[in-house]
Design a protein around this ligand. Structure first.
Ligand code: TXA
Ligand code: MG
Length: 351
């Protein structure tokens, strides 16, 4: 099965009866995956109950079979069809949905088997995006959707990123503009005795721990590559072609080491990109991004929104080396350092 499509990318407003929402629903009914925006990153969706369609998603992305998909819902009823809800989950849904929080819950019968990749749990979330919600409602069933990139590439935060990866492989990309958050949802495991964050995201450890006093940060313990709890943890993710060097520590140390490595790279005629986040070092690569702000929360939000976009831009321009500044590991910074560590080949972290 190697379908070839002439991919259409269409701007959509949020009106429910928009003709392209209808077109998308028609494809979904035929078991053909399509791409749509969420508040985090673009998703590649198909009915969570259609095994053949789910197999197409894995094939299109080149995704390992053992990495389960998140089920996207538009209302509570859709959750109770696929998962067993407990009072803890109910509370979190009330507070954080629609929003970038995926809950791992015990699964119910009926889902396409590949959605949960053989696990007895399922990840569910209600995206906070009018196009996503209208699409799911118009289709009338939950949509299983991974990020709409080729496996291993940075997640797509713009419709053009989806196009670059999936052109010819999907018939339709609903274009809702650049996504608001830019990093994938927080994955919170509520299927075991102790709740654990399997993937940090915009809904932070700090935000969740006031509802879950015994919350664990599984990802932090996994830095040293122990056995992964979430299948997604073991794959190198978010990586552009260019080599990434990650720098974090005290300002002067970071700036001078980056300057030294930049000089070395330039002496070897390497094309370089510099991403400034936490410290306003005076550095000039061939390509320069700067989201520095004296307001840390603003800087973190801007870094989240643009990180994957910058990675993709660097690749498009043939950059060999990206010198990337890290961020403080609290609040949204936890999710960012998680993505940065995974993307980086060399890590210069002095703590
Ligand atoms: O923001 C997002 O979550 C985006 C948008 C499209 O909603 N989706 C997304 O999906 O990032 P994906 O497939 O790229 O990442 C899903 C993550 C993987 O790390 C996977 O291992 C984990 O969620 N996951 C899904 N179901 C799971 C389960 N039952 N148990 C443990 N981890 C699970
Ligand atoms: Mg992904």
């Amino acid at each position: 099965m190697n379908e070839k499509f002439s991919t259409k990318i269409v701007k959509v407003n949020s009106t429910k009866n928009h003709q392209y929402i209808k077109a998308a629903v028609e494809f979904l009914k035929q078991g053909i995956p399509i791409a749509f925006p969420t508040e985090t990153v673009y998703g590649l969706g198909a009915s969570a109950f259609d095994q053949a369609a789910i197999e197409r998603i894995f094939k299109i992305k080149g995704r390992p079979q053992d990495n389960p998909l998140i089920v996207h819902v538009a209302n509570q009823e859709m959750v109770s069809i696929v998962a067993q809800i407990n009072p803890q989950a109910e509370k979190l849904m009330e507070v954080f949905w629609p929003g970038p929080l995926t809950l791992i819950l015990p699964k119910k019968e009926g889902l396409a088997p590949s959605v949960s990749a053989g696990l007895d749990s399922v990840g569910v979330r209600m995206p906070n995006h009018p196009i996503a919600l209208n699409l799911i409602e118009a289709f009338g069933q939950a949509l299983a959707a991974p990020s709409a990139n080729i496996s291993g590439k940075p997640s797509p935060t713009q419709a053009q990123h989806v196009w670059a990866d999936l052109q010819g492989k999907v018939p339709l990309i609903l274009d809702g503009g650049a996504t608001e958050q830019g990093v994938e949802s927080t994955v919170l495991d509520l299927s075991k005795d102790q709740p654990a964050i399997l993937r940090p995201g915009v809904i932070t450890f700090e935000m969740l721990s006031s509802y879950l006093p015994d919350l664990e940060e599984a990802e932090a313990r996994l830095r040293d590559e122990e056995a992964p709890l979430s299948p997604g943890m073991k794959y190198r993710h978010y990586a552009p072609q260019a080599q990434i060097n990650l720098y974090w520590g005290e300002e002067n140390q970071v700036c001078s080491l980056m300057a030294q490595h930049l000089d070395q790279a330039q002496a070897q005629d390497k094309k370089t990109a510099v991403i400034i986040t936490s410290f306003p070092c005076q550095l000039e690569g061939d390509l320069n991004f700067n989201v520095y702000s004296a307001n840390t929360d603003q800087m973190l939000a801007a870094t989240a929104k643009h990180l994957f976009e910058y990675f993709r831009l660097a690749d498009n321009l043939g950059i060999d080396l990206i010198l990337l500044q890290g961020v403080i590991e609290k609040d949204l910074g936890r999710a960012l350092m998680n993505r940065m560590r995974k993307a980086a080949k060399e890590r210069y972290i002095f703590e």
